[in-house]
Design a protein around this ligand. Structure first.
Ligand code: NFS
Length: 663
């Protein structure tokens, strides 16, 4: 598949998606996979050399010696233009995650004050923990009193004008000092986004270094702001995930049930649909329309949210959305915000599927709109389900109608659960993982995250890198569409460790009964990886800052501005990050050097773009081994480990917990 991709032959490594694509080709339906082949990217914009921030242009800074000689009408040079474009992408990504977080904060507030009756705080333990981090006294307060205070405090993080975001202090001490030294501590989320837009306006910031430091600052507002806050509030409201079994791929669609696909990002409406979809009255309604029941499935990050909390099957990531309609079995696809292809409005016309938009922020001309209102949350969820049921008899028979096999998946590895599985409720910590890394049993950790992009054969880079990593004893953690890729491929089961993992990683996975690839949730849950890295650092033995850890982050098939913001906040947090594809600032060697060398000098990490999957693997292994060397850890040799504390098995843990509970 990697060879196919290099030759430009294959469109996907997802077997079920391929069957549907083939069916589409036979029936004259083109999708993003086909459009990507026909529509070549503009090489000028693709490499960051196009400036369109004012109406004297667009100015396209091309030609030999463009970096030295070319300039826009205003005199903006190529490095300024590239850095400005880059900063704007990071600001947009930050805005998306953070606006989602803002909505979660209002939901938490209204759930706490009782203005919303359909949603209640589910994880009080986490609420109290978060309140502690926010320095809100918890003594003697009810969960709703506390929920209100937490929500209000979080809301101040958006409009705060001075000072530091509340969660900055969750980072390792050394990291905080680095941020303060370089002036990149985010003050308020909205302030950083607005300032980034101002600075990139015509005639403001004209220093590429300064612009690229601002990219780190706004992205930090995403990671330690929007994303982390959103993860915490979602856990508080809907529960902190722990492992659940489910299935993944477009094979989750059922031929004889009402299929409802929930797609997008904000989990609130999806949670309501999950809640009411099993109500007898609704199931009977589905049956009255000739269906055997209601089959709810997720897509993109909404899928990850309801998969990790409820075990709802995932129909896959970003590139599967048009294909879900092409099954001819989707009665409704319910969308809110982000990563929703305008194309589904067109594809729907060929099928009976109803595309239902639910956010005033994200309407589509060809869709029907049912505005989500949390004050009537469950009623709206019921209305949507009934509508889908009404649509069931309208199936035309056109579509790739047969149910393909879906892969088994174990998902739901929150950072809390990962600590728990390394020692139970009373001794949960990251010590065993750190010890296993120090001893060379586990070589390092790789986060394989981010989107699919039809310019890469779907999932091919993910599949190749993940299987190679675990073969080399590298534990893989994943979120977003990357996690969906592994779930669809059937890699997220404990059995994968037996089949594919190297000897050290296999031992660890077998001892605690986990897959070698851990599903951590949606893209905002990349913040869980920040927390894990911080906890590993604080645990001791692997340096005292995130940049010391033998770890790598990779977004091999990225496409979204959100992915870029995530990549940059990880770099600013000290993690070495590699993106697949060409660099969006390729045209400017000066800006390339800034995100590589200058960032490395200042924050101890860099952002690389490497188009070839095999080169990504080589660079990743080298980076992990270099970190091991710098820490003077035992040289990694497959099958040869140093002494280390033995991990508790599940059985030991249960025994210990019983004994401790007795006491
Ligand atoms: Ni992330 Fe989620 Fe997927 Fe990319 Fe889009 S769904 S927020 S941006 S495409 S991983």
């Amino acid at each position: 598949m990697i060879e196919d991709k290099q030759e430009g032959n294959a469109q996907t490594a997802d077997k079920v998606a391929k069957e549907i694509l083939d069916w589409g080709h036979a029936h004259g339906i083109s999708t993003a996979f086909d459009r990507a082949q026909h529509l070549k990217p503009c090489p000028i914009g693709h490499s960051g050399a196009c400036c369109k921030i004012c109406f004297m242009g667009p100015c396209r800074l091309v030609g030999p010696d463009a970096e030295e000689k070319a300039a826009g009408v205003c005199g903006a040079t190529l490095p300024v233009v590239s850095a400005r474009n880059f900063l704007r992408m990071c600001a947009a990504g930050t805005a998306a995650h953070s606006d989602h977080a803002r909505d979660m904060a209002f939901t938490l507030l209204e759930a706490s004050t009782g203005e919303i009756s359909d949603i209640q705080i589910k994880d009080e333990k986490k609420l109290r923990k978060v309140a502690g981090i926010l320095e809100i006294p918890t003594e003697g307060k009810t969960k709703n009193e506390l929920g209100k205070e937490v929500a209000l405090k979080i809301l101040t993080n958006f409009g705060q004008q001075k000072g530091e975001l509340s969660y900055v202090k969750r980072a390792p001490k050394k990291r905080q000092e680095i941020w303060r030294k370089w002036g990149i501590v985010p003050r308020g989320i909205d302030r950083e986004i607005a300032e980034a837009m101002h600075r990139t306006n015509m005639g403001v910031d004209q220093d590429p270094e300064n612009l690229m430091m601002a990219a780190m600052k706004v992205s930090l507002a995403d990671g330690w702001g929007g994303c982390m806050l959103s993860t915490d509030m979602t856990d508080i409201l809907f529960g902190t995930p722990s492992p659940v079994h489910s299935t993944a791929s477009l094979g989750v669609m059922k031929t004889d049930e009402v299929n409802i696909v929930v797609h997008g990002h904000e989990p609130t409406l999806a949670e309501m649909i999950v809640d009411v979809s099993t109500e007898k009255e609704l199931v009977d309604y589905a049956k009255s329309k000739g269906a055997k029941g209601i089959n709810l499935v997720g897509m993109c990050c909404t899928a990850n949210e309801i998969l990790t909390r409820h075990g709802i099957p995932s129909a896959g990531g970003f590139l599967n959305q048009e294909l879900a309609l092409m099954t001819g079995m989707a009665e409704a696809i319910v969308v809110d915000v982000q990563c929703i292809m305008p194309a589904i409005g067109q594809v729907q016309k060929k099928f009976h599927t109803k595309v239902i938009t639910t956010s005033y922020k994200g309407k589509m001309i060809d869709a029907m709109h049912i505005q989500y209102d949390e004050h009537r949350a469950k009623d709206i969820a019921r209305e949507i389900i009934r509508l889908a049921c009404d649509n069931y008899p309208k199936r035309s028979g056109f579509g790739k109608m047969d149910s393909a096999a879906a892969s088994p998946v174990v998902a739901g590895f929150s950072h809390e659960y990962i600590a728990y599985m390394q020692g139970g409720s009373f001794r949960g910590s990251f010590r065993p993982l750190n010890d296993a890394i120090m001893a060379g049993r586990i070589r390092g950790v790789a986060a394989l995250v981010g989107c699919n992009n039809p310019r890469t054969a779907q999932d091919s880079f993910f599949d190749y890198l993940a299987t190679e990593f675990i073969k080399h004893d590298i534990l893989v953690v994943s979120t977003g569409c990357g996690a969906a890729a592994f779930a669809k491929a059937g890699y997220m089961t404990p059995e994968t460790a037996l089949e594919h993992a190297g000897p050290g990683l296999k031992e660890v996975c077998v001892a605690i009964g986990i897959p070698p690839m851990l599903h951590l949730g949606s893209c905002v849950d990349n913040s869980r990886i920040l927390t894990i890295m911080t906890q590993m650092t604080e645990e001791g033995g692997l340096g005292d800052d995130i940049c010391d850890l033998p770890a790598i982050g990779i977004a091999p098939e990225w496409m979204s501005e959100k992915a870029l913001a995530i990549g940059v906040y990880f770099v600013a947090s000290g993690a070495h990050i590699i993106f697949g594809s060409e660099s969006p600032v390729e045209a400017s060697p000066i800006v390339q050097a800034i995100k590589h060398d200058l960032w490395f000098k200042r924050v101890g990490a860099k952002l690389e773009f490497i188009p070839d999957a095999r080169d990504i693997l080589v660079a990743s292994l080298a980076a992990i081994d270099a970190k091991r060397d710098a820490l003077k850890l035992k040289k990694y040799e497959p099958g040869k480990f140093g002494a280390e504390r033995v991990l508790m098995t599940m059985e030991d843990r249960r025994k210990l917990e019983k004994e401790t509970a007795k006491k």
